[in-house]
Design a protein around this ligand. Sequence first.
Ligand SMILES: [Zn+2]
Length: 337
Amino acid sequence: METIYTFVPSRNHEYPDHPERPGRLGIVEPLLDSFGAERVDAVRASVDEVARVHERGLIAGVEEVCKQGPGVIDHAPTYVTQTSYEDAMLAAGGVITCTRAVMRGEAKNAFAIIRPPGHHAEPDRAMGFCIFNNIAIAAQDALASRMERVMVIDYDAHHGNGTQAAFLHDERAGFISTHQWGIYPGTGWIEDAPHAKKRIANVPLHAYAGDETFSRISDAIFTPMVKAFRPQMLLISVGFDAHWNDPITSLGLSTRGYFNIAKKLAAMAEEYCDGKIVFVLEGGYDPQNVAHGVDSVFGALTNRPLKFEANDPSPHKDPDHEARIAEICKWQGLSSS
Ligand SMILES: [Zn+2]
């Protein structure tokens, strides 16, 4: 097998007028056969696997609250329905299924196309449309098996606060997050984790940060961080809400920009991680962007051109981030180039 994917659409996890809705993946589903990757069934996560990241009281609490029927469990708002506990367990399991296959060499690389998303969920609470932290759970599964170091790179538009919290005191787990500064959840400043330089890096961005800025950050921050931390596998939190026309954020990536970052990350995995890379879906609230974005990830993983030639350059000027990049490199102790 070369590239594999899991697909967990959670069709009954929905709430009236909520942006994190089944339609985000409904548009992708009919296209899945055309991406040149092989579908693998997601295996539901066990409570013990989820408990490597989350407190058992939270896991039991989510199961209980879902039994009571639809409701809101935090102010983001994060909602649950009667199926949400099982949906979240299957979403986390879908990422584990991918990471295990890549770790064992049964697949070259993988993409977990799942919802509900995970990167805001902290060890002791569900938040930000996220119930369990899918990517952190899969990272811990890999670390409990044969991996000594893994790194998550998160380029969703929002800070991956839950992943950062899960990895904060784990020397085996690296984390880099790019995110629009000043929006939800409000964390992710450069100096968030002073004890974890060259392991945890935050890259807060000005509004409208676009293709050029992300390309530059990949070269100036992602690559030296990967070289310094030496992960054996890259796990990527990809959110398509950094696209310029996402309805709830204000960054500036185009589909072409998404493709370029995914290609750079795949090349980075090839050079430093024996090719081992797993992409995991987080946010992205315009379904067309999600479809184009999924194409960009599969294009990078299978090494082919974009299937949809989306011509959607950002109408905004990409602000200069050189001073910000220099500040981050200095703080981390990376030689800026
Ligand atoms: Zn997001």
